[in-house]
Ligand binder design. Structure first.
Ligand SMILES: Cc1cc2nc3c(=O)[nH]c(=O)nc-3n(C[C@H](O)[C@H](O)[C@H](O)COP(=O)(O)O)c2cc1C
Length: 335
């Protein structure tokens, strides 16, 4: 069924297809369609951060930055939904076009630049929809800094967003890894992240704080980061965001576009990042993200130390049945 829909969506410019899909899901949500004709994936419960997840497959940040279609997305069968990245003030993001399909490579390149309607709008949206989302489908909020906030003041943006979303978010993710906001990745350096996390933790003690990391860090930096995260106040890690690398396997000409690469060619890099950090996390839970498009991919991340996985690009290429296939596959290998 998704094959036909995908064919028509892929005739549209990538960002237009994205907006049409979100609007469609929002309409279905208004009509009260709760299971979107797919049935639910089997239960495969996980408990982490004091939260209950009905299954371990979540939606990665960036697809629903403004919480437009949270209930519609939850109805596709996800075990949790991460919205954002949201910034304190609304901002338009980079100039268009800024999202590109690399269809031959099952990948995307984006340089969206945190286009979003601002934190106040997102808080209202989550409040509106909260009662329609099951308790065992947590909503995470991914936060960032505005483009015009210099890195010296970045902590203020993260603290502001975190304290606003704490009343509606089941967990909060600090995005320190998007390649499309100049200097953002520098905030993940040991000397920057320690005070940043401490400042956020001070104002949102009761909400689990996750840190989303890049797949492009040098091994030494990665290890130092992994070793420090628990002490600095993190409750979990998401590995990874998109990469600025361009693997030699890419064939689509859009590979020349600037931005973060996601999808199939990212998997090995994300997987490697997980294997590098997992032994140093002192038990902090890990969420695997990056190029997951089969149950086997999810299984590999799980074996490397991930308790949950997130998908974005796989959903665009494979459709919502992918959630079901992954949950079913993980359940089979667990039994
Ligand atoms: C169009 C697009 C926008 C994204 N926006 C965000 C974002 O705002 N914040 C974030 O943390 N990650 C963002 N991401 C990264 C994804 O959450 C995910 O980490 C990455 O795409 C790797 O997963 P995937 O290969 O399953 O897509 C974005 C990815 C895409 C493709």
């Amino acid at each position: 069924m998704y094959g036909l829909l995908r064919e028509s969506l892929f005739t549209l410019d990538a960002e237009r297809a994205h907006s049409v899909t979100l609007e469609g899901l929002r309409c279905l949500e208004r009509l009260g369609v709760s299971r979107l004709a797919l049935g639910s994936p089997p239960r495969l419960e996980r408990r982490l951060f004091g939260l209950r997840f009905r299954n371990p497959v979540g939606l990665a940040a960036g697809l629903d930055k403004d919480g437009i279609a949270i209930a519609g997305l939850a109805a596709l069968g996800f075990g949790f939904i991460e919205v954002g990245t949201v910034t304190p003030k609304p901002q338009p993001g980079s100039t268009k076009p800024r999202l590109f399909r690399l269809t031959a490579d099952q990948a995307l390149i984006n340089r969206m630049g945190f286009n979003n309607l601002g934190v106040e709008h997102l808080v209202r949206r989550i409040k509106d929809v909260r009662s329609r989302i099951a308790d065992d489908c947590p909503i995470g909020v991914n936060i960032g800094k505005n483009k015009d906030t210099p890195n010296e003041d970045a902590a203020q943006d993260y603290v502001m967003c975190a304290s606003r979303v704490a009343e509606v978010a089941d967990y909060i993710t600090l995005n320190l890894s998007s390649p499309n906001t100049l200097g953002l990745r520098d905030l993940a350096r040991v000397e920057s992240i320690a005070p940043l996390l401490a400042a956020v933790k001070r104002c949102v003690e009761a909400t689990p704080l996750l840190v989303k990391i890049s797949p492009d860090m040098a091994d030494d930096d990665l290890e130092a980061l992994a070793k420090g995260l628990k002490n600095w106040g993190a409750d979990g890690v998401i590995a990874t965001n998109t990469t600025i690398a361009r693997p030699a396997s890419l064939t689509a000409r859009e590979q020349a576009q600037q931005g973060g690469l996601s999808g199939a060619p990212l998997f090995e890099r994300s997987y490697r990042t997980i294997t590098r950090i997992a032994p140093h996390l002192s038990g902090l839970p890990l969420i695997g993200c990056g190029g997951v498009r089969t149950a086997k991919d999810a299984q590999r991340m799980t074996e490397a130390g991930a308790s949950l996985v997130q998908i974005y690009t796989g959903l665009i290429y494979e459709g919502p049945q992918l959630i079901h296939r992954i949950v079913e596959g993980l359940k089979r290998s667990a039994s």
